[in-house]
Design a protein around this ligand. Sequence first.
Ligand code: AMP
Length: 211
Amino acid sequence: MRMILIGPPGAGKGTQAKQLKENLNIPHISTGDMLRAAVAAESELGKQAKDFMERGALVPDELVIGAAIARIQQNDCKSGFMLDGFPRTLPQAEALDKALKAASLSLDVVLVIDVPDDLIVSRIIGRRQDPVTGEIYHLEFNPPPAEVVDRLVHRPDDTEEACRKRLSKYHAETAPVIPFYEENGLVKRVDGVGEPIKVTKRIRRATNTDN
Ligand code: AMP
């Protein structure tokens, strides 16, 4: 299955992708994770992306498109992939379309996770990640176990100011990607409010992957 996850920052895309990939057996490809790894490794891509990311701005298309397309051309994506955080702009969607067409491939589903903006801000500000396990917690909604608290990381772009910028980018640049896919009848929308396990069930139902 070739699937795209779209939703505002903090919609639960990463959390849901982790659940879904266990059954679907396809890699979860997050361009945000790829870029954070590039920043940590101080690669050329990382050096160019760092500033944009910390400000809550989008990394320029020409940097992200090459990295994302190269990733889905790797062997582990032969039977499918779950793209999280890409495409985030219309030029990215068009580039993905072109690359898939050139390989005679197509998408199966574009899953949109909807969460209202006011809830997003409180989810993002309390979000912390365990750098050892990759597990994502929320100080209030999903408190971390005491033994990992000291090593948790607060993403530099998870401040209220950067979050609001990322939300406005989402509405201005990413939301217009949805009608692009609606034309092909690929879009399934799911309510992302509520316990993660309930959202997973809605997604499985919407994507016919609940058996
Ligand atoms: P995420 O983990 O998906 O919230 O992404 C974190 C940050 O990485 C974003 O705020 C952007 O700065 C950058 N980023 C991730 N994916 C993309 C993309 N497809 N296009 C542009 N910037 C991206």
